[in-house]
Design a protein around this ligand. Structure first.
Ligand code: UD1
Length: 422
């Protein structure tokens, strides 16, 4: 296994080009199950999670070819298998995204239950309840979701008890080929959900309310859609992570190939902490703070502050002057990075959902730390950039799930990072 060795406190500067959004690409790849034609997808991030889903789609019978590292042409017309097996799903919970499209296209499918993960229980009950409301018969047997809807799914009014991103995406895809109209109330409106809706709309689907919490979708009665080619939107979480790298090093950095509006909540917290932000159409520049101020953050659904940026801001808060408070509202166990930051000398206390971080600039020291999940790992990278001495981050396969060319991008802005064999 490899680990990342980072020598901290190097001067960072320059530009970082942001990749396509993993969390947009996953539902969009799954949505090609609804296509009658081959689809070319550009700006696809070359990260492990995407390759995992491509492998699953291939196991189901689709084929794809890579034009370059970030472009594929995918054809799902020959799908003949409808079972997503445990060995794939266990490595990536987002495999659940094939449930809606497989069921609506074939009238039956089996998808392994995702099981636990490092950031808490993460159930899929809301996905299943909504499919049942659309007429599916769902049985959980031997660790698998067995779903059937022999006459196709029926349009229905779905009111989600909680806003769920992949749940909304699954039901949008299920509704696409259903009989009749589906209303989704309390839908997620993250940019990744919006792009899924837009791609389906461009494929001819009648869908209203895009970008709001209420969607209305007229199903095609199992007729497949004619997809247009498209590019994946930029990764707002990768962009936010590099903005935090600039902030933690308190240096000027330019983040390019992004949609700045998607980062509004993150940018406004950086401004509250004393950094200045320059924006244009597709890039953002962070300018250093005179002193880094403490911050209060509550994670919530888009357009609020994203839970996927919580760990990175905690690393940043260790460098603030004063006491910061972070309230994690979405996931009960998303503080796995705290113990590792403590090992680097951070002052953090946890009480229930709330973390209190007493910042002291330049107080972190490098040591050996363990990555636990994707975003927690990126917080450790950020802490390592500002720590004195050397930090070794183990179990970096978590980072490889979602950050494309991480070392290359960091080295290009002046960080000293090396991937080393254990
Ligand atoms: C997605 C993102 C993830 C992000 C999260 C919240 C992808 C692939 N992953 O995850 O990076 O952190 O949104 O922005 O896009 N819930 C239930 N029952 C369900 C579904 C969800 O109780 O059936 C709860 C969850 O436990 C959580 C909350 O709803 O407390 C939100 O979770 P959800 O939006 O579903 O997260 P994911 O879609 O799994």
């Amino acid at each position: 296994m490899k680990y990342l060795k980072i020598i901290g406190q190097k001067k960072l500067s320059g530009d970082v080009k942001i990749s396509g959004a993993k969390n947009a690409a996953l539902p969009l790849l799954a949505s090609t199950i609804l296509a009658k034609n081959s689809v070319t997808i550009g700006n696809l991030p070359n990260v492990v999670d995407i390759n995992t889903l491509l492998k699953l789609l291939e196991m189901l019978g689709s084929s794809y070819s890579k034009t370059d590292n970030n472009t594929i042409e995918i054809n799902t017309s020959k799908i003949h298998e409808t079972k997503a097996t445990y060995d794939i799903v266990k490595t990536m919970r987002a495999s659940i995204l094939v449930l809606g499209p497989l069921l609506t296209r074939f009238g039956h499918c089996e998808v392994s239950l995702p099981g636990g993960c490092a950031i808490g229980q993460r159930p899929v009950d809301l996905h299943l309840k909504a499919l049942e409301q659309m007429g599916a018969v769902i049985e959980i047997k031997g660790g698998y979701i067995h779903a059937t809807a022999p006459n196709g799914l029926q349009g229905a009014t779905i009111v989600f008890d909680k806003i769920t991103v992949t749940g909304s995406e699954n039901i949008i895809m299920a509704a696409a080929l259903a009989n009749g109209t589906t209303k989704i109330i309390n839908a997620a409106k993250e940019p990744e959900v919006v792009q899924l809706c837009e791609v389906l709309k461009a494929a001819g689907l009648h869908i209203k309310g895009i970008g709001t919490n209420e969607l209305e979708i007229v199903g095609t009665k199992q007729e497949l859609l004619e997809f247009k080619n498209f590019d994946i939107i930029p990764d707002r979480i990768e962009a936010g992570t590099y903005l935090c790298a600039a902030a933690i090093a308190n240096t000027r950095l330019n983040i390019t190939h992004i949609i700045p509006m998607h980062l509004d909540a993150v940018l406004s917290k950086l401004e509250e902490m004393g950094f200045s932000i320059l924006k244009d159409e597709t890039s953002v520049t962070l300018l250093p703070a005179h002193t880094i101020k403490s911050v209060k953050i509550v994670t919530t659904e888009y357009p609020g502050f994203p839970t996927d940026m919580q760990a990175q801001f905690m690393a940043l808060a260790t460098q603030a002057n004063g006491v910061s408070i972070i309230d994690e509202k979405l996931f009960e166990n998303r503080y796995m990075h705290v113990n590792e930051l403590l090992r680097m000398g951070a002052d953090i206390t946890l009480q229930g959902h709330t973390a209190t971080i007493t910042g002291t600039p330049n107080a972190l020291t490098g040591t050996d730390v363990m990555a636990t999940d994707l975003r927690a790992s990126s917080a450790l990278v950020l802490a390592a950039l500002v720590a004195s001495g050397e930090t070794n981050i183990h179990r970096i396969y978590h980072l490889d799930r979602g950050y494309e060319n991480l070392e290359e991008k960091l080295m290009a802005i002046g960080a000293v990072v090396k991937r080393v064999d254990e």
